[in-house]
Every structure is written in C-alpha cells, then in structure tokens.
Design a protein around this ligand. Structure first.
Ligand SMILES: Cc1cc2nc3c(=O)[nH]c(=O)nc-3n(C[C@H](O)[C@H](O)[C@H](O)COP(=O)(O)O)c2cc1C
Length: 215
C-alpha cells in the first residue's frame, strides 16, 4: 500500500488493523514523518490540559544500544528462565501467544537496529516519584495511542512497550532526563517486515453491559 493510500484509511480501519508490529526494517524513516508522529501524539487530551507530554526520538546508535540492553534485561525478567508467560490465555491460544513471544524475542535481539525508538515522557516541574507517575499516566497514554494510529495510517509499524523502562534511573541517565521528567512508554518505529493485519479482541458482548455490571 502506498503511503498516500494508507493515509486515506478510515479511522475505524486503522483502529481495527493496528497490531503491535515488532519486526521492523532497519531502513531510515524520513524526519518529517517522525515529526508528524509526535504532532499527532500531541493532539491527544491531557488532564487539566497540562500538555506535559514530552517525546524523545532516539536515532543515535549508541543510545539505541543502551536502550536495547535495558529492554533485554526487562524481557528476560518477563519471560523468565523457563520461558514462563508462554501458556495460552482464555482469549489467546497457546500458538498465538508463542508467536507473540517470538516477536518479542526478535525485537529484543534487533532493537538497536530499528531506525527510531520513541520514548513517551512527561514533565512534572518538580522531582518526580513513582506515586506521581502512577497518578499521571492517564495523560500520556492517549498520546501514545494517537502516535500508534498515526504510524499505522502512514504505513509505519510500531508497538507500545514498557519492559525497558523498569529502571527509571537508568533510563534517565541514558536519555539525559532531568529529575522532573519520567519515561512511560518506549515505541520502536520502522517500516514493517511482516504484514499489517486485524487485531483479535474479546467480543464486545463479553466486555460491556448497559447501566451497571451483570453476569
Ligand atoms: C501498557 C502496555 C505495555 C506493553 N509493554 C510491552 C512490552 O514491554 N513489550 C512488548 O513487546 N509489547 C508490549 N506491549 C504490547 C502488548 O503486548 C500488545 O499491545 C498486546 O499483546 C496486543 O497486541 P496486538 O495489538 O498485536 O493484538 C505493551 C502494551 C501496553 C498497552
């Protein structure tokens, strides 16, 4: 699909076909496309309209390498020595989960080769702690989702990740963040190596009720 055709996708088509794309080409992304992603992210709402999202696009190979090391530690801890987390879920077959974990492993091995790693941060104007981060996260995730939708519409693959960000002090050191800023999401972005496709979600009848919860 050409970029122009992709940008003509309707909003619902974008939302329903926006899988986490982890296998990405190392081909460079034009800078104006990267800036457009951040502009799209910044259109999202924030609590009290604080607009305190801050976005770092990492292209420097040394910095990417250091982030890749943090991600490796996070993924290894998540997957565990016995490859736990690999069983199926009620809504995801073991086969599909295995495929996802393989993609997570691919991303772990290749993160430093992905052309752009975008870090969604927030600025708090005072020293930030984990309680503040937890309270405020709702103001950065709408921007992350906007970015993911914009990437899909532009024919770029992306995935929201957090495993690399467990050690905030290490992230702050690598990205030169002041003590008033924190990192919430790391989004590798590139041209996809695989195919875009529909997401698979629980049926709406399972997850909604009118007027109050009933079983
Ligand atoms: C808060 C959050 C944290 C996530 N962290 C990671 C991560 O660290 N690594 C990763 O590969 N994917 C991560 N994901 C992506 C999810 O695994 C993915 O969205 C989910 O499996 C659904 O995938 P699909 O949209 O392709 O169906 C994260 C997603 C969210 C919303």
């Amino acid at each position: 699909m050409t970029q122009k055709a992709a940008q003509e996708m309707g909003i619902f088509e974008v939302m329903y076909n926006n899988r986490a794309m982890r296998r990405l080409d190392s081909r460079e992304i034009p800078e104006d496309m990267l800036v457009k992603l951040i502009e799209a992210a910044s259109q999202a709402p924030s609590g009290s309209n604080m607009q305190n999202g801050r976005w770092i696009i990492v292209r420097d190979p040394t910095i990417k390498q250091r982030l890749a090391e943090l991600n490796r530690a996070g993924v290894e801890a998540y997957i565990g020595p016995q490859g736990s987390n690999s069983g199926g879920l009620p809504h995801q077959s073991e086969d599909k989960r295995q495929r996802m974990l393989k993609a997570v492993m691919w991303q772990m091995e290749h993160l430093h080769e992905i052309p752009a790693i975008i870090i969604a941060c927030m600025e708090f104007e005072q020293k930030v702690d984990s309680a503040t981060m937890a309270r405020s996260a709702g103001s950065i995730w709408p921007g992350v989702q906007n970015l993911l939708l914009a990437a899909r519409a532009m024919g770029l693959g992306a995935a929201p990740t957090t495993l690399a960000l467990a050690r905030q002090s290490a992230v702050a050191e690598i990205l030169n963040l002041p003590e008033t800023m924190a990192a919430f999401c790391l989004i590798p972005v590139g041209y996809p190596l695989g195919n875009f496709g529909p997401v698979s979600r629980k049926p709406v009848a399972d997850i909604m009720r009118f007027d109050g919860w009933s079983n």
